[in-house]
Design a binder for this molecule. Sequence first.
Ligand code: AMP
Ligand code: ZN
Length: 116
Amino acid sequence: MEKEECIFCKIIKKQIPCDMVYEDDKVIAFNDISPEAPVHVIIIPRQHINNVNSLNQDEAELIGHIFMVAKKIVKTLGIDETGYRIVSNSGKQGGQTVEHLHFHLLGGRMLKWPPG
Ligand code: AMP
Ligand code: ZN
């Protein structure tokens, strides 16, 4: 399922360009257009899922796969040892602005905690 107006579905369909970092048959990863850190990659499933609320049990493997992809990317970008953060914002108070499940992969600098 995909949403006509979803910006990330448009990236997947190559209707909008992106700075691709990784792709396979299940997920794509690209550099965030407005990076908050030297490394700021967005990892998304090709399948349109709104956010964590809409996850089904049969998508559990897909979420596991996303983390395996994150592991590959941090190694490739050389931040596996220095550290990084993987974040998925859900809903208004979670700060979600794009309603297509995505994981921010942030690194390359000392990250503050807790987030604002
Ligand atoms: P969130 O605010 O958690 O929903 O994250 C959405 C992220 O997508 C933000 O960090 C945006 O900068 C990023 N973003 C929005 N449009 C694009 C785009 N066309 N290409 C790359 N990143 C984008
Ligand atoms: Zn979508």
